[in-house]
Write a protein that binds this ligand. Structure first.
Ligand code: SAM
Length: 233
């Protein structure tokens, strides 16, 4: 199935300009990947494994309204840059702990002339204690970052009450989700929803874990990185 048709099956219509920007981004990614080793996914797989996969976020949340979004562990900009191109009404912060990836993303932002998007260098669990970022976002996205018990503690503190964590996951998320349910509650999250689907035009199965924040996160969280890792909630 053609990419544009597959995206249309998600209920998204792409203007020529958005297609051009997606292609420019894929070209830059391909060019820099050879030097910087940013992603393992080849140019041929970009449409399905990165673009379509990112846009499947519409399975979990409405995308029409303006929203303050942070993409935790954005890497080479997935899903953050793709979401910015396709949903320009969103204000997006691209967070990663690896500086070289953010240098690449600063170049992407400048070359594509994207507005209301910026990079942020740091560890999510430290950024979540900074008053400038703590409980400031409507949406946190995370794809292929870490398992749910750590991911919840990294991400839920960043959300406003009423905000949503959208974790893009592979097929086998149930086990890590079960291990994170108590922690999610402690951190102020509601009952997680698991959304399963096939990427349109493919047989690739995906799952999204969607958690709404229903209460303020207690000040004790997020804890230090090693504690989160060694003593999950
Ligand atoms: N989301 C991208 C994707 O789907 O292609 C990148 C996934 S990559 C496997 C995980 C990213 O998380 C890396 O770029 C890494 O630097 C970043 N990362 C790891 N630990 C982090 C932390 N504590 N805070 C922020 N970013 C982190």
């Amino acid at each position: 199935m053609e990419f544009i048709q597959a995206v249309a099956e998600l209920g998204i219509s792409l203007s020529d300009n958005k297609v051009r920007l997606l292609n420019e981004y894929a070209d830059l990614l391909e060019e820099k990947n050879q030097v910087l080793n940013l992603t393992r996914i080849s140019r041929e797989d970009f449409d399905t494994l990165q673009a379509l996969d990112s846009l499947a976020i519409v399975k979990a949340i409405p995308t029409i309204a303006e929203a303050k979004v942070i993409d935790v562990g954005t890497g080479a900009g997935i899903p953050g840059v793709i979401l910015k191109i396709v949903f320009p009404q969103w204000d997006i912060t691209l967070l990663d702990s690896t500086r070289k990836k953010l240098t690449f993303l600063d170049e992407v932002i400048a070359k594509l002339r994207l507005k209301s998007i910026r990079t942020l260098h740091g560890r999510a669990e430290e950024i979540g204690r900074d008053p400038e970022y703590r409980q400031r976002f409507d949406i946190v996205t995370a794809r292929a970052v870490t398992a749910m018990p750590s991911l919840s503690e990294w991400c839920l503190p960043l959300l406003k009450t009423g905000g949503k964590l959208v974790a893009l996951k592979g097929e086998t998320v149930e086990d890590e989700l079960a291990k994170s349910e108590k922690g999610i509650q402690v951190l102020g999250g509601g009952r997680p929803k698991l959304i399963s689907y096939d990427l349109p035009g493919t047989e690739i199965h995906r799952k999204i874990v969607l958690v709404e924040k229903i209460r303020t996160t207690p000040v004790a969280y997020p804890r230090a990185s090693t504690i989160i890792k060694n003593a999950p909630l």
